[in-house]
Design a protein. Structure first.
Length: 350
């Protein structure tokens, strides 16, 4: 029967147990707890060997030598069976065990007393008086209770950290999946937006793309009173190519015109195919209108010289300079450039 520790232990032992308690509270790893357990058993009981078994890991115990150093132990150790019996429901206490050619005193305890979750068996290689055994039983009981409390605290912390880590990983996985899905949707939406603003045949802006981009640049140019111009162009002879060579050749002609038209302007300019045989550009080029049209004609001429095509590239074009001093909109300038283009086409036909 367990008595009050203060009546069974000396003051020095109580101080040692108090120090052990403080050290166990400051230990965050299992190996550290085992070292403190082994050291206290060796110091306070002078045991020659000890064995610790904990429920749930009873297939491999922890043995301690006479210095209290912990190391793994298999079931063939002479204290293993004794400790295991306590975990299995047998009462603990003092006794003797045959070991090689000797009979050795042993002491085994379990905590809690009923339904033990941990058992500690110690053995001596010499005779131990009954009174000393009773005192050491109280010491071992206190040591084991403190050890089980420390191991339980660590297990709770580890389990909580594992749970938090698992939940964090799940949250991170969910957040990553959500971010990937948002990125995928953004990419799809951006692709759809680009397609909605792009002429599929030439890769230039389409009508909508032209006004979306050019309107922004136009407003900035107007506020800054910067020079700008609109060029409207129409392919000469597209119907003749379609009728004589087929629509595939006509599409090739449109693509070639788109390439030359794009190369005539700078990267910052907005260039588009409005549809059919009509092209338009908005430029901040401060060159005089005639110089821009001359550059376009030279590029067409160079293309016709270098490329072997069953047709020649030709454009009729009109250009209008935008007046930043008026509030006229971009569309009006596009229509004016269109009228000038038709005027040039009529002059060519006559």
């Amino acid at each position: 029967m367990r008595h009050d520790l203060t009546s069974r232990l000396g003051l020095s032992h109580l101080r040692s147990l108090l120090a052990l308690s403080r050290e166990l509270l400051q230990t965050d790893d299992v190996l550290g707890v085992l070292r403190l357990l082994g050291g206290s058993v060796a110091e306070l009981t002078q045991a020659d060997s000890a064995m610790l078994l904990v429920r749930g890991s009873a297939d491999e115990g922890i043995r301690f030598d006479d210095r209290g150093v912990p190391m793994p132990a298999l079931p063939d150790h002479h204290l293993y069976r004794i400790a295991y019996e306590v975990l299995d429901g047998q009462p603990g206490g003092a006794g003797f065990v045959g070991h090689e050619d000797r009979v050795l005193p042993i002491l085994v305890i379990g905590v809690p007393a009923s339904g033990a979750v941990a058992a500690l068996a110690v053995g001596w290689g010499r005779h131990v008086d009954a009174g000393v055994v009773e005192e050491r039983e109280a010491i071992l009981l206190a040591i084991l209770e403190l050890t089980v409390a420390a191991l339980g605290r660590i297990e709770t912390r580890v389990s909580l950290e594992r749970l938090v880590s698992t939940q964090y990983e799940q949250m991170a996985d969910t957040a990553e999946a959500h971010a990937l899905e948002l990125a995928r949707r953004d990419a799809v939406e951006n692709e759809i937006r680009v397609l909605s603003l792009t002429d599929v045949l030439t890769g230039l802006h389409n009508r909508r793309g032209f006004f979306v981009h050019a309107e922004h640049v136009f407003r900035v140019a107007q506020r800054r009173h910067a020079s700008s111009a609109v060029i409207f162009a129409d392919i000469d002879g597209l119907k003749r190519v379609n009728d004589g060579l087929g629509h595939d050749a006509g599409d090739c002609l449109i693509r070639d015109i788109g390439t030359v038209f794009r190369e005539t302007f700078r990267e910052a300019d907005v260039v588009a195919r409005l549809g059919g045989d009509e092209f338009v550009a908005y430029t901040l080029d401060d060159a005089r209108p005639r110089l821009i049209l001359d550059r376009l004609e030279k590029n067409l001429h160079a293309f016709n010289l270098m490329q072997e095509r069953p047709y020649r590239l030709a454009l009729s074009a009109g250009i209008v300079q935008c007046d930043p001093a008026t509030d006229q909109g971009l569309l009006k300038y596009v229509l004016q450039a269109d009228h000038q283009m038709y005027a040039q086409k009529r002059r060519r036909l006559h």
